[in-house]
Design a protein around this ligand. Structure first.
Ligand SMILES: Cc1cc2nc3c(=O)[nH]c(=O)nc-3n(C[C@H](O)[C@H](O)[C@H](O)COP(=O)(O)OP(=O)(O)OC[C@H]3O[C@@H](n4cnc5c(N)ncnc54)[C@H](O)[C@@H]3O)c2cc1C
Length: 466
């Protein structure tokens, strides 16, 4: 068992980093507890300290001290993953107090810093007349923007803009020696390759320069996206799936969204909900979803929404606390038989584990393939536009095992038997073999060599180390 760190140790850090850096070492304090909260309580630990630097220089001092003193730590931005947590043998560098965005309209780029969240980024960009390949994360507004971009980043504009990691033009990184590194295509092309898709594993990224897009690119001159909801009884799943196949196969229009097996409140009656988005000419949206309207859903609503507000209204899902995680895998096709089988697994889940009633098993589609980047990078998702994207949420610790088993069964069903097609999303999992996250000839070897160069001791996770 690793030794618990003493609060006295952090007095040394305080001297080194300066009195401006807030260091919380008392787990009983309300402020400590507040900053220790995470989106998910699965494997969440209480650290020995939470350190809150306000400047890049302070971040660098904190990392340097930790490296020299051999004290483990993790970085935390939005706290919406299962990984920004560490036990009392280590501490958290919480970037909440360091957060900024700077738009350069002339170059159509933005610098984003620290723990800026997706919603703040989207609102700031929209005010300036822009959006980012990440202004509209499918399900989240409180997600940290930098980690989202670093490890892939799938949004409702992926077919238009590419993935989040494709937007990265440059970075500033504190490395495993505590040095500040400027990462550009000229200065560190190999590291830039790695940061674009696996950037949570080489160092602490204090700043990203990202490409931004004029709102007009959304195709309606007003920065709008059509967003709607179609609700059906669950026993109509086959008909809905057949109608959805028609919509998914229509690449003349840019549609995307989730087909969700869900028990929506307040009635909590099992339903199939299609949460649909249309990017482009708003006038075309309703016709594009005609196959769903024809089925006469119980409820069909929708309308144009400014892109920066597209993921609003998910406060309950985004709130911190509860046992939550994702079960996300990339797929090559929408297979109706497999889809219906996943729904059967979900039905068993909510029957056997009533505390998991908030769990949704979702098929996610994009009618168009991701925009291809004109550079090579760690991201290997460019052949994926379909996902099984389960949002797991339960309240009873006794359900851990069964919920995980049924999620695994659902993912196995949707994957089908062909191992060569497996694809995992590096922003959603660190469990399955790493080969599923970084596919392609030589990719993993290249990333492992980069890890050996920049972080051979695993200061920033042991990912990519053998
Ligand atoms: C409700 C919800 C909806 C989501 N929707 C989407 C979606 O539509 N598309 C998508 O792509 N993803 C989505 N995600 C996944 C999300 O993008 C990733 O989990 C992301 O890593 C979370 O970032 P964070 O800052 O909130 O998390 P954190 O837990 O703070 O950080 C995530 C990881 O990055 C590390 N890290 C934090 N800051 C830094 C840094 N500055 N430099 C290096 N490493 C750092 C942490 O140590 C941790 O390992 C969603 C997540 C949630 C909870």
């Amino acid at each position: 068992m690793p030794a618990k760190l003493s609060p006295q140790l952090f007095e040394e850090l305080q001297q080194r980093a300066g009195s401006g850096v807030e260091i919380l070492t008392e787990p009983a304090d309300a402020r400590f507890q507040d900053f220790a909260k995470r989106w998910s309580d699965i494997d969440r630990h209480a650290p020995a300290a939470i350190v809150l630097p306000e400047t890049e220089e302070q971040i660098q001092k904190v990392v340097s001290w930790a490296v020299q003193a051999s004290v483990p730590f993790v970085a935390k931005s939005g706290g919406h993953s299962n990984w920004s947590t560490i036990g009392d043998n280590g501490f958290v560098i919480d970037l909440s107090k360091y957060s900024a965005i700077e738009v350069d309209a002339e170059k159509a780029t933005a610098k984003i810093r620290g723990s800026i969240l997706i919603k703040a980024l989207a609102v700031h960009l929209a005010d300036a007349g822009y959006f980012a390949g990440g202004s509209a994360v499918g399900n989240g507004t409180q997600v940290g923007a930098i980690p989202y971009f670093l490890n892939g980043g799938a949004s409702i504009t992926t077919s238009l803009t590419g993935f989040g990691s494709d937007q990265i033009l440059a970075a500033r990184m504190v490395d495993a020696q505590g040095n500040l590194v400027d990462v550009t295509s000229e200065s560190e092309p190999q590291l830039l390759y790695g940061i674009r898709g696996a950037g949570q594993f080489f160092g602490l990224i204090t700043e990203l320069t990202i490409k931004i897009w004029p709102l007009q690119e959304l195709g309606n001159g007003q920065g709008l996206v059509w967003s709607g909801r179609f609700i059906f009884p669950l026993d109509r799943a086959r008909e809905v799936a057949e109608a959805m196949k028609v919509i998914m196969d229509n690449d003349k229009e840019s549609t995307g969204g989730l087909i969700m097996a869900i028990c929506p409140p307040p009635a909590r009656k099992a339903a199939l909900v299609v949460a649909a988005r249309h990017v482009g000419n708003i006038e075309n949206a309703k016709d594009t979803f005609a196959a769903l309207y024809d089925l006469k859903p119980l409820i069909a609503d929708g309308g144009p929404v400014p892109i920066q507000n597209i993921s609003d209204g998910r406060e309950a899902l985004e709130a911190k606390g509860g046992f939550k995680t994702f079960g996300t895998i990339g797929l090559r096709r929408f297979d109706i038989t497999r889809f219906l089988q996943t729904i059967d697994v979900w039905k068993r889940l909510v029957e056997e584990c009533p505390d998991a009633i908030n769990t949704t098993y979702n098929f996610q589609w994009d009618s168009r393939p991701p925009r291809q980047a004109d550079f090579e990078s760690a991201n290997s998702l460019h052949d994926i536009r379909y996902w099984q994207n389960n949002i797991i949420w339960y309240t009873d610790a006794g359900s851990h095992k069964r919920v995980a088993e049924l999620n695994a069964e659902c993912l196995a069903v949707s994957r089908g038997p062909d191992q060569s097609e497996y694809a995992d999303f590096q922003n959603a999992t660190r469990v399955d073999p790493i080969e599923f996250r970084f596919r392609g000839e030589g990719k993993l070897d290249k990333l492992r060599a980069l890890k050996e160069k920049w972080d051979p001791k695993g200061v920033f996770t042991r990912q990519l180390l053998n």
